[in-house]
Design a protein around this ligand. Sequence first.
Ligand SMILES: Cc1ncc(COP(=O)(O)O)c(C=O)c1O
Length: 427
Amino acid sequence: MRRARDEEKPPVYRPQNLRIPGPTFVPQTVLSASARPMINHRGPEFAALLAALTRALQDFLRTQGDVFLLTASGSGGMEAAIANTLSSGDKAIVFINGAFGERFFSICKSYGVDARRVDVPLGRPVEPDLVREELAKEKGKDSAKAVLLQHNETSTGVLNPLKEIAEVVRESGKLLVVDSVSGAGACELEIDEWGIDVCVTASQKAWGAPPGIAMITMSDNAWKAYERSNLPKAYFDLATYKTALEKGATPATPAVSVVIALQESLRLMAEEGLEAILRRHRDIARATRRGLAAVNLSLFADEAHASPAVTSFRPPTRVDARNLIRVLRDDYDTIVAGGQGKLEGQLVRVGHMGFVTMTDMVAFFSALELALKDFNQPVEPGQAIAAALRAYAETSTQPGSPGGKGISRAASVARNAARAEAVGSRR
Ligand SMILES: Cc1ncc(COP(=O)(O)O)c(C=O)c1O
């Protein structure tokens, strides 16, 4: 029946509200940057671009250590993290609280790492006490060399308490390898201060650039581990990236257009400022949770560990999440994600990372309210929207709010400019 209705739709362009947890919305200036004429990836222009971009990433990731750009998606970065720091037969502990923890585990296995999995119920965080207990089992010379986990487990919408976990791991002297593919740029992350040895993120997540680049950091300890590591590495050999970076290049041809785009998105982000960005994510995530709760949808992650980047919720009883997602897409041009792996069909995940505004979320809630009505759910018009907006009003991230928790006028003007740009590109 729905198909027949689709066929009757007039062929007009209808902008989508892309609310998946990556790839995220890309502002028009970032898209335009990616369409600039090609440049020589071994020339001075690219060298200057790479140097500036590396410095900007160090600022955002809060590290003085190495940051490399790999032409890969986030999973390539995860593979590089393992291949460059571990050896065959090395033991490693992988904490798993979602699909991306499974991915870390399976990459370890593919490389012959003796990974021990520690499973945490889906929807729950990896607790620092659990990490302490598991590390206590690892004593002696054959003990685990590294701890691997996600910062933000995108598949469940759980933010692991990385700062506290890192403290525990640091005391043990083990290497800490973190997948912050969807966390960095949206959630608090202090690579040097917290003592994270290797951290991976990706251009299409909170960075608001097109997919194609993974970013990876290496601490001094990670380099010591590199020296001992005997796992095969060629394209992802990070020593070749270090040597090339000193010459202002990458070992092989990079995704030049994505590098240029990323520089532009980092420029927009620098104008807003990291603190303001993190606050915006927190405020929007909180408003999103309030909006969902107002229409009796149950949140998958508890409030204390809910991700600032993505919110997962269960569909109403007797509604298959896949159907709700289809109606949101086909009838209301709102693209959200479903559950992954064991959670397939059980969850809806709405992304709010990168260049996202409260207005985007109001549009999401209007689509959701209409879709819920289609499923005969008792929803009053504006019920979720009002709750979300009320929660947002309790915060002061909104443009024009007096004082705005110390956001400078310049930053707020810059943010509004970026926002205007972003809105323009939706037309
Ligand atoms: C936490 C996390 N890790 C790893 C990945 C894999 O990244 P990619 O799809 O870019 O390979 C994702 C992608 O969604 C992610 O969210």
